[in-house]
Design a protein around this ligand. Structure first.
Ligand code: SF4
Ligand code: SF4
Ligand code: SF4
Length: 392
């Protein structure tokens, strides 16, 4: 037994000898919270492992399925000052393993993206870039190699191809394929295995016949994985395209060989889950990820980083952006260890949310992404937690 001191409401400080006895740091803080069957104690540690950074919410394409068509947010791009604060803030996380340049915009269109890469490289963690690949020219490819960026995920599906056509781009998808091949060739000339290339494909009714062709495309581009996701529809028209919950399984593509320096890798396609079920697990929370928007706002996941409508099983929902703080106003580690963020992560890890899809009431709480258990925002309708919708 030991006595603990209540320092202030909702927080306790641990005695020094707890480190030795329980592997806890002396003076470490825990957030306590009354739950249904007692008191939950949760560490308030700066232990994030992954950061997603949206350097811009602007894009050089205008895809029909994109949340940017319908969101209620003002698009903008991250200032250099904000980016420096983000990188400084991330230094406070000793477990940080990866930074992903993504979000809902095209990172390569940010005019200072090359400098951002150099600054981020100083963190000495893995770096992923998600891109539509259109402006990944030779200079940018050299830059990615110079900073040892290790993973590039190219969004490539029929919606993107239509967007190239609508934008009347001379080469469109051909340009993207050329860019990816050129990046691989430049890496080969340096004798490097990185970056590994991945493709992201949004599967829909109208492009289902493409799925079996993905291994061939991936092989041609030297891609070692294809991430297949379901569509999150933002309009009634796009809702018609949704594939999940159909009775037939998604045609699962077989793997493909990816020649490397001295050996052969085996590429894989990762299909999404296709049926709503009891199993729910949030990858963002489990991977201890945080998401930083272009304006410095910190959110727990992609699903809650913008304000937008979407359709789920015929119901329309309005999601409102959920921010736990802004790096311009508060150190990132303080945001991560705040009572609200610690408590939210605990709640998601335990999935203390109802399931609106199973309930089927379609009540007004669900319309506003809240729920009848008093949660707001709620994860009760989350397709990410079902692995039906996925991100790199
Ligand atoms: S490339 Fe990506 S961010 Fe840009 S419009 Fe298309 S889906 Fe949206
Ligand atoms: S919030 Fe509750 S009552 Fe409303 S749809 Fe979801 S589970 Fe059903
Ligand atoms: S369950 Fe969904 S809405 Fe909730 S934190 Fe995870 S991704 Fe976000």
């Amino acid at each position: 037994m030991a006595r603990i001191t209540i320092e202030k409401e909702g927080r306790i400080a641990l005695p020094e000898d707890y480190k030795q006895r329980y592997g806890l740091e002396g003076g470490e803080e825990l957030v306590f919270e009354p739950v249904e069957d007692g008191l939950a104690l949760r560490f308030a540690r700066p232990h994030a492992r992954r950061a997603y950074v949206e350097v811009t919410a602007r894009c050089n394409l205008n895809c029909a399925m994109c949340v940017r068509q319908v969101w209620r947010d003002a698009p903008g791009e991250m200032s250099w000052e904000t980016f420096k604060i983000v990188i400084e803030g991330l230094r406070a996380f000793p477990d940080l393993r990866r930074i992903t340049f993504g979000g809902f915009g095209e990172p390569l269109t940010h005019p200072r993206f090359p400098e951002m890469l150099s600054l981020a490289a100083g963190l000495e963690v893995g770096m992923t870039l998600t891109t539509n690949g259109l402006v990944l020219d030779e200079a940018m490819a050299e830059r990615l190699l110079d900073v040892h960026l290790d993973t590039v995920v190219i969004s490539l599906d029929t919606v993107h191809i239509q967007a190239y056509e609508q934008a009347r781009l001379e080469k469109g998808v051909e340009q993207v394929l050329e860019n990816v091949r050129a990046l691989r060739e430049l890496a080969r000339q340096r004798g490097w295995m990185i970056p590994r290339i991945g493709l992201e494909f949004v599967a829909m009714h109208s492009n289902l016949e493409w799925v079996p062709r993905l291994p061939g495309l991936a092989r041609d581009l030297g891609a070692s994985f294809v991430l297949i996701t379901n569509l999150l529809p933002h309009t009634l028209e796009m809702a018609e395209e949704v594939l999940y919950d159909r009775d037939e399984p998604l045609p699962t593509p077989i793997g493909w060989p990816v020649p490397s320096a001295d050996w052969l890798l085996w590429g894989i396609a990762r299909p999404p889950r296709m049926k709503w079920g009891a199993w729910r697990r949030c990858r963002f929370i489990e991977e201890r990820a945080l998401v930083i928007g272009w304006d410095g706002g910190v959110s727990p996941c992609y699903a809650l980083m913008h304000s937008y409508p979407y359709y789920i099983y015929g119901r329309r929902k309005e999601v409102s952006r959920y921010m736990l703080g802004n790096v311009r106003e508060q150190p990132l580690a303080d945001i991560w260890t705040s009572d609200e963020y610690v408590s939210f992560r605990g709640k998601v890890r335990e999935m203390r949310f109802p399931s609106c899809v199973d309930c089927g009431m379609a009540c007004t709480f669900a319309e506003d992404n809240e729920d009848c258990w008093g949660n707001g925002p709620s994860c009760a309708d989350c397709l990410w937690a079902q692995d039906i919708v996925r991100c790199p």
